[in-house]
Write a protein that binds this ligand. Structure first.
Ligand SMILES: NC(=O)c1ccc[n+]([C@@H]2O[C@H](COP(=O)([O-])OP(=O)(O)OC[C@H]3O[C@@H](n4cnc5c(N)ncnc54)[C@H](O)[C@@H]3O)[C@@H](O)[C@H]2O)c1
Length: 317
C-alpha cells in the first residue's frame, strides 16, 4: 500500500488560530500521517485560541482517525517582525503582545530549536496572510496598506524560510498557500493582496531554487479555491465567491479544507521528493476556466448539457 508516512517527522504550521482555516486542516492531515505538530499563532489571536482550546470548542475537530486527539505546541508568532528591534513601541506595549512574548520570527525559530532538543524540523507550512485595507480597491489602497499586505503575506515567507531552513533536515519541505488573485483579476480581493500573492508565487520559485541548493529543501505552493475561513470572511465577499466558483468550475462542488490538506500532506511527504518550485491548484479546477458558464449566452455549442448536470445550478434567466 502506498501511504503518506510522516512518522518521526516534525512540522511547524504558521497561521493557525482556530479550526476553520487551511492551516488547521493541514496540521491535522500532517498529524494523521504521523508527524509531530507545532503551530505559530498571531499574538492578537493567541489568548482566544488557547481559551477556546481549553473550553473544548475544537474537541470534535481535533479527533484523529485512530481515535486519538491531535496535540500541538503553540508558538505566538507575528510574521511581520523578524527580530525584537523591528517591533514598534505601540505593539510592544499592546497587552496581547505582552502576554505572548518572543513572537518575532527570529525568536520563534530559536525557541523551536531549543524545544526540538537535538532533533530537526522536517516540514514548514506558511498559511498566513493579512492586509489592513483588503476591502479597498487597489486604486484606493494607500502605500502603507499595500506595503503592509506584501510584508505580512509575502515577505513573511522569505523571513520564515531564512530563519527556519537552518533548523530543517535535508529532504524537508516548505509549503505556502496562494490564491488565483495573484495571477488573475478577482474583483474585491483588494488592499494590495493581489500583488502580495503574485510576489509570494514568484518568491516561492526563487526561494525553491535557493533552498534546494543551500539546504536540499523543497518549496511549493498550493493555490487553493475559496474557503469560508476567518481571514476570508474578513474580506467580505466570500459567500458570493463560493457560490460563483461552485457554479462555474469543472467540479461543481464545495471545496473542503481537508482536500487542500491532503494535497499539502502529499507535497510535504517524501512521495513528492522531486516536486519543488511548483504551484498546485487545489480549486476544483476553477483556475482553468476562461468564462463564467452561468452567464446567459455562455452555454452554447455541444456542451450545453454539461451545464445542467447534477451539482450545476444555472442562474435564473
Ligand atoms: N480562504 C480562502 O478562500 C483562501 C484561498 C486561497 C488561499 N488562501 C490562503 O490560505 C492561507 C490561510 O488562510 P485561511 O483562509 O485558511 O485563513 P485563516 O484565518 O485560517 O488563516 C490566516 C492566519 O494568518 C494569521 N495571521 C495574520 N497576520 C499574521 C501575522 N502578521 N503573523 C502571523 N500570523 C498572521 C491569522 O491569525 C490566521 O490564523 C492564507 O495565505 C490565505 O491567503 C485562502
Amino acid at each position: 500500500m502506498l501511504a503518506i508516512d510522516l512518522k518521526g517527522k516534525t512540522a511547524f504550521v504558521a497561521g493557525v488560530a482556530d479550526d476553520q482555516g487551511f492551516g488547521f486542516a493541514i496540521a491535522k492531515a500532517l498529524a494523521e500521517a504521523g508527524a509531530e505538530i507545532a503551530v505559530g499563532t498571531w499574538p492578537p489571536a493567541c489568548n482566544l485560541f488557547r481559551m477556546a482550546l481549553e473550553r473544548g470548542k475544537f474537541d470534535a475537530s481535533l479527533v484523529l482517525a485512530n481515535g486519538g486527539k491531535m496535540a500541538f505546541r503553540i508558538y505566538p508568532m507575528d510574521a511581520v517582525y523578524d527580530a525584537p528591534a523591528d517591533v514598534p513601541g505601540e505593539i510592544r506595549e499592546d497587552k496581547r503582545y505582552r502576554e505572548n512574548p518572543n513572537y518575532t520570527v527570529e525568536e520563534v525559530a530559536a525557541q523551536l530549536k531549543a524545544d526540538l532538543g537535538g532533533r530537526r524540523l522536517d516540514i514548514l507550512v506558511h498559511s498566513l496572510a493579512n492586509a489592513p485595507e483588503v476591502k479597498k480597491p487597489l486604486l484606493e489602497t494607500s502605500r502603507a496598506g499595500y506595503l503592509a499586505a506584501v510584508s505580512a503575506s509575502a515577505y513573511s515567507l522569505v523571513s520564515l524560510s531564512r530563519h527556519f531552513a537552518p533548523l530543517m533536515n535535508p529532504g524537508g519541505a516548505i509549503l505556502t498557500l496562494s490564491f488565483l488573485a495573484g495571477d488573475r483579476v478577482v474583483p474585491g480581493y483588494g488592499g494590495g493582496m493581489n500583488a502580495a500573492k503574485a510576489a509570494l508565487e514568484s518568491d516561492m520559485r526563487v526561494l525553491a531554487y535557493e533552498l534546494g541548493r543551500a539546504y536540499q529543501l523543497r518549496l511549493n505552493a498550493i493555490s487553493a479555491g475559496p474557503l469560508a475561513s476567518r481571514a476570508a470572511r474578513a474580506i467580505g465577499f466570500i459567500d458570493r465567491m463560493l457560490d460563483y466558483t461552485e457554479r462555474n468550475q469543472p467540479l461543481a462542488k464545495k471545496l473542503e479544507a481537508n482536500e487542500v490538506a491532503s494535497a499539502a500532506a502529499f507535497l510535504c511527504s517524501p512521495l513528492a521528493s522531486a516536486v519543488t518550485a511548483t504551484i498546485l491548484y487545489v480549486d476544483n479546477g476553477y483556475h482553468a476556466m476562461g468564462v463564467g458558464v452561468d452567464e446567459k449566452g455562455m452555454q452554447g455549442g455541444d456542451s450545453t448539457s454539461l451545464h445542467t448536470r447534477p451539482g450545476f445550478v444555472p442562474r435564473a434567466p
